[in-house]
Design a protein around this ligand. Structure first.
Ligand code: NAD
Length: 263
């Protein structure tokens, strides 16, 4: 299937590893020019080199901390200057810490909203003028199945990603007639360093062995395994494509069947 991504400029946030990296690689393989960011210069430069080597695409690495407003603006400006007006935005960031739901201070909550919600809001605000001017745009937010089925130990994720989902749904309606779609992709447990951190946190907090912590996550997945980052990236690439023009305001899980609800 021809996705129609060739020559389009895409921004993928938090893409030195894991889900963001897999999405950037897939978009680049489809012929998009891709700008990626993360906080570490060494890691983001290495990620860009790998994507260029594998795909031959133009890839712009930018050092940016998504919790800083100025860094977000600099990321978008650099992409626009080096690669052209932005048509595709994939929001993503690191995950907030896990723990018992009432163990977090106001500062922890503030930090989680800055990390998950405000980073995406600021990215969206910065790229929308390019999309409106062309009457074409794709925004995909990577969230979590916690927006459909809250996870007891991840209240900061449950709450901040639900707020982001509400923002995306609102924008999907307001911009529907202007050729710009807004969809969220909600991963279940997928094998990345974030999963390793969550397993390690359960080991330290509850005294489980790493195998026990892993099997607890996998036990909730009907397919009986963790997902692969590429399995999420394929869906994101489709949602960013010409082919997905009639899909907006959706929240689609990639979770091996882990969410048990009907919607
Ligand atoms: P990961 O740890 O492999 O990658 C996270 C990426 O975010 C890295 O590139 C890191 O450098 C970057 N990053 C972190 N904080 C940043 C900041 N302040 N500014 C810029 N870049 C920053 O994790 P992942 O599995 O790819 O997860 C991506 C997102 O998806 C996270 O928010 C995670 O909580 C969420 N998620 C992951 C899973 C899963 O099972 N992997 C499931 C549900 C939700």
């Amino acid at each position: 299937m021809e996705l129609g991504l060739r020559g389009k400029t895409a921004l993928v946030a938090a893409a030195s590893s894991g889900l963001g990296y897999a999405v950037a690689l897939r978009l680049a393989a489809e012929g998009a020019r891709v700008a990626i960011c993360a906080r570490s210069e060494e890691r983001i430069t290495r990620a860009a080199e790998r994507i260029r080597r594998e795909t031959g695409a133009s890839v712009l690495p930018v050092v940016a901390d998504l919790t800083r407003r100025g860094d977000v603006e600099r990321f978008v400006e650099a992409a626009r200057r080096e690669l052209g007006p932005v048509s595709i935005l994939v929001t993503n960031t690191g995950g907030p810490p896990s723990g018992p739901p009432l163990s977090f201070s106001d500062d922890d909550w503030e930090a989680a909203f800055q990390l998950v919600f405000y980073s995406a809001l600021r990215l969206i605000r910065s790229v929308l003028p390019d999309m409106e001017e062309r009457g074409w745009g794709r925004v995909v937010a990577l969230t979590s199945i916690s927006v459909k089925q809250p996870i007891d130990t991840l209240v900061l994720s449950n709450a901040t990603r639900s707020a982001l989902t509400a923002l995306m749904k609102t924008l999907s309606t307001v911009y529907a007639s202007r050729g710009i779609t807004f969809n969220t992709v909600a991963p279940g447990p997928i094998a990345t360093s974030r999963m390793e951190q969550l397993i390690q946190a359960a080991v330290s907090r509850e005294g489980l062995s790493p195998e026990e912590a892993l099997s607890r996550w996998i036990g909730d997945i009907p397919m009986g395994r963790l997902g692969k980052p590429e399995e999420l990236a394929d869906l994101v690439a489709f949602l960013c494509s010409e082919r997905a023009g009639f899909i907006t305001g959706a929240t689609i899980p990639v979770d091996g069947g882990a969410v048990k609800g009907l919607f």
